[in-house]
Design a protein around this ligand. Sequence first.
Ligand code: AMP
Ligand code: TRP
Length: 329
Amino acid sequence: MPRVLSCIQPTGNVHLGNYLGALRNWVAGQHECDAFHGIVDLHALTVTDSPGVLGRNTLELAATLFAVGLDPDAATVFVQSHVPEHPQLGWIMECTVSYGELSRMTQFKDKAAKREADFVSAGLFTYPALQAADILLYDADEVPVGEDQRQHIEITRDIAERFNHRFGPTFTLPKVVTPKAGAKVTDLQDPTSKMSKSSSSEAGIVYLDDDPAAIMKKFKRAVTDSESEVRFDRATKPGVSNLLEILAACTGRTPDAVAADYSQYGPLKNDTGEAVVSVLAPIQERYRELLSDRAELARLLRVGADKARAVASRTLERAYTNIGILPPT
Ligand code: AMP
Ligand code: TRP
């Protein structure tokens, strides 16, 4: 079974795009691979500066991951900071990547530019080194991520190759896999942009914990176009196509097949809203249950951290040995 690893930052509410585009694929794939999923709180620290926020977001994201169906007996779900090997190997990665390579990372350039006059931490710059540690610690064969993360996986391969060349075979080179058929969900108010945590308007984002009335309202107000034909065509009909893609993803059909059932926008909006409400209802129920039993949630995360550490500590040891770091006596 291939070892598959992907991580997510606890930087705010999980939305429908995260679910249909990523989390649902993690759940679907968890029995066909040896799955590791990290909640990367130390990565989120690059953009977090108020006390208490990170821990709360981490706990809520953990509850979300189990609620959407990650099975703690199949997948290893862990919190990055519970596995100290991440920052330990992260430092070694920083010493294996160059300033020039990090300077070329588009995510750093974008995020640094967006923060404008805000504080741009050195951690935001060295972020890909920590991400390389996340991946290489687990000898991951495959890393399923969105297109925006491709550059970070490529730099991870470069770092691994350089390390192996310097110190001898140590790390497995991971492959990027772009998840098959992951739905691409756009903003309901601005359907040419990705649904994203950083969108300006709340009305365009459906959060996993939105109540049914809020979800229905967001879909009823979804931006479409001034025609009246229902057709799947992302380029000329982004709003309608987004609704079709969401409804298709929720009902296991194709957007074109769904389009054939509709001749008006109103019923399409309504049915898409209802489909989302019914997909999210059981998830929301499990989410509330999990959050009301903190001891159980903590236990699940401890199991995940133990499984993760068992693998990560061996890899770190191998790296230390191959470098020839003097062991403590
Ligand atoms: P982010 O919220 O950008 O940290 O993304 C977490 C995961 O969700 C990544 O695997 C993304 O590729 C995926 N994702 C985020 N937004 C969307 C979206 N609008 N449509 C589909 N997938 C998404
Ligand atoms: N950088 C990724 C993001 O912004 C999150 C991440 C951190 C990650 N470590 C990872 C993804 C390791 C895959 C593998 O979405």
